[in-house]
Design a protein around this ligand. Sequence first.
Ligand code: SF4
Ligand code: SF4
Length: 397
Amino acid sequence: MQYRTDAKTNTELSVFALGGMRIPKDFATCKQLVLEAHEAGVNYIDTAYIYPGSEEMFGKVLEETGLRGEFYIATKLPLVITKRGADFEKFFRRQLDRLKTDHIDYYLLHMLVSPEQLELLQSWGLEEWIAEKRAGGEIRRLGFSFHGRQTDFLKLLEIRSWDFVQIQYNYSDPNYQAGTAGLKKAAELGIPVMVMEPLLGGRLADSLPTEAQAVFRKANPERSLASWGFRWLYDQPEVTLCLSGVGKLEYLRDNISAANEAAVGMVTQEERAAYDEVAAILRSKTKVPCTGCAYCMPCPKGVNIPGCFSAYNARYTINYKTGMQQYTNSSGLISERFTGAGACVGCRRCERHCPQNIAIVKELAAVRKKMEPFWWRFARIAIKGYKKVTGGRKSKS
Ligand code: SF4
Ligand code: SF4
């Protein structure tokens, strides 16, 4: 494992960190992930109040394995459901309880997007609350995770003193959100930068378009697609660590082998050309920049929003058949509850939660048009009718 220094507190952090957004739901697999990560030298875990079951799972695993002291824990204040100052303490207590710990090493304001939002939190007593938690040793460092505009990120960096920041950053679009300019500015101010979505929820790994995969395979037939994503980041000295949500042990092992080789300046000129080519392919093929984070869920009408976008993208990045098959499975075509784009009523409840600022209603309308053609809708009605009839017969017998 390679390590980089958190320059604010002179802490050695593994370049790869265990992300908690997509951890497995079963305890045994999660425990194995944590044990293997620890054995490989990983010393940072990132989770959040709003990742379903994630804090509880890490809490249980760390308690049972006795490894709490071996990891720095990062978790986040859920701004999206914080409505008043009293909520800071309420959520924080719950987090300590879930994580079975008495302190949080890296605490983040989750999805802080503008100086105005920070001002509102400050008017609710945020600074006083943080000062109290720091004095009591319950919060060791304070940062924020960001999903807004670059101009706002640059302002936020200088508005107060931060111990670290967390940004979305990868080779598919280095100018997206905080971007390279934000990364460099943070580093210039001595603020450690934790990178999230290095693989865009798998879109830069196994879900890469076939042509893009071919570009990487040609450049290096042995290297995994995920490793390409990490190498681009490890190459940059301003990146402190990369966190990735690993759902399977095989992914963890692959991610760790990339982290073992991490070095500043490791990307060659030929490899840079491959990254540029792949990024151009991605730009031309991806319909909706959804990472599958599910922050927009649940939808009151049951729409499987990430599932809709994933299938829609697959239609264009892989092929028509794959996309339609995926859509048929994820939209509940043959089950009781239809969860496709056609179930959306446009209430827009989901949109304010999307860190990628996707116009969900508009994009779902496009999904419906392309993924629910006339014959598909007819099939759905026919299947529903058939099930009703056969179900009726069964109940009489
Ligand atoms: S706008 Fe559509 S997808 Fe979003 S929450 Fe409302 S019904 Fe669900
Ligand atoms: S639409 Fe936005 S919030 Fe929903 S899964 Fe995709 S990226 Fe996440």
